[in-house]
Design a binder for this molecule. Structure first.
Ligand code: BEZ
Ligand code: FE
Length: 296
């Protein structure tokens, strides 16, 4: 005889329906997802209108997504889920540079830049010299680390959002023997996340703004260290405490210093106002996989 399922018996039955799957991680994730989803629906007393509004939202998020537009990632970003996941995946030792969200504007295969090179490639903006070192947490410089960089121009656009020939304000370089890197780009500005889709509607309905504080993205890779994905944010930016994707960490805020025309610290002669930024990126060691494998 079958009995009608409702309340916690319904939830238990749905959880149990995933029990015979072969993948223990999938079983665990689905059990928690079902329990939390059911608890959420009961907590808000989800109406059928709410339900279909949500389905319509997700449908439109799927419809606007493409190879270059990932509305579900943007949704995870504005819900803070991306940052929760970044924090869970990066429980770093003291002194290591904090990680933050990846964002949608990274492009593989960005040009190689020599230290001191200029990656602005004609993009509008005030010249900005970025200098730093890649270090281990004990202060040891890391030579030959791969430093990948991408950022907006002074109009708040990444090159991939514009109709331009060739990459602008993106590139990769290697640290020198003393762990130093330095390059020219333009001073980044605050810019809106893509808000012409359902996620933008949600922000407006919530009275939230789309503006991210000015920042430069970094991805740093070196053998024996955890890969670091982060940004450096501009001190004083009006949006630091309103980032729609909750990516700001106080340790990632640094001063962009404006200078009158003249000789820059790397010897370049500037006939216009320019900016400098200095920031050291500190990598956490990769966990010792041999020890993990042999641990009982
Ligand atoms: C970005 O900083 O590039 C970004 C991050 C999350 C969502 C949208 C943009
Ligand atoms: Fe960005």
């Amino acid at each position: 005889m079958t009995s009608d399922l409702n309340g916690s018996a319904l939830t238990d039955a749905v959880v149990a329906s995933f029990d015979s799957g072969a993948d223990p991680r999938l079983r665990m994730v689905m059990a928690a997802l079902v329990r939390h989803l059911h608890a959420f629906a009961r907590e808000v007393e989800l109406t059928e209108t709410d339900y279909f509004t949500g389905i319509d939202f997700l449908t439109r998020a799927g419809q606007i997504s493409s190879d270059t537009r990932q509305e579900f990632v943007l949704l995870a970003d504005v819900l803070g889920l991306s940052t929760v996941t970044v924090d869970l995946g990066n429980r770093l030792p003291d002194g290591a540079t904090a990680a933050t969200v990846f964002g949608p504007f990274y492009v593989e295969g960005a040009p190689e830049i020599q230290n001191g090179g200029d990656m602005s490639n004609g993009a509008p903006g005030q010249p900005c010299l970025v200098r730093g070192r890649v270090l281990a947490v004990d202060g040891t410089p890391i030579a030959n680390a791969l430093v990948e960089v991408w950022q907006s121009d002074e109009d708040g656009f990444y090159d991939v959002q514009k109709d331009v020939d060739g990459p602008q304000n993106r590139g990769h370089l290697r640290t020198d023997d003393n762990g130093h890197f330095w390059f020219w780009a333009v001073r980044p500005v605050a810019y809106p996340i893509p808000d012409d889709g359902p996620v933008g509607e949600l922000l407006r309905a919530a009275g939230r703004g789309p503006m991210r504080p000015a920042h430069i993205h970094f991805m740093v890779t070196a053998p024996g260290y955890l890969r670091l994905i982060t940004h450096i944010f501009a001190r004083g930016d009006a949006y630091l405490d309103k980032d729609p994707v909750f990516g700001v960490k106080s340790s990632l805020i640094a001063t962009f210093t404006e200078h009158l025309p003249g000789s820059a610290p790397d010897g370049r002669l500037l006939d216009r106002t320019y900016t400098t930024l200095e920031y050291d990126l500190v990598l956490a060691p990769e966990p010792d996989s041999r020890r993990k494998d042999t641990a009982s």
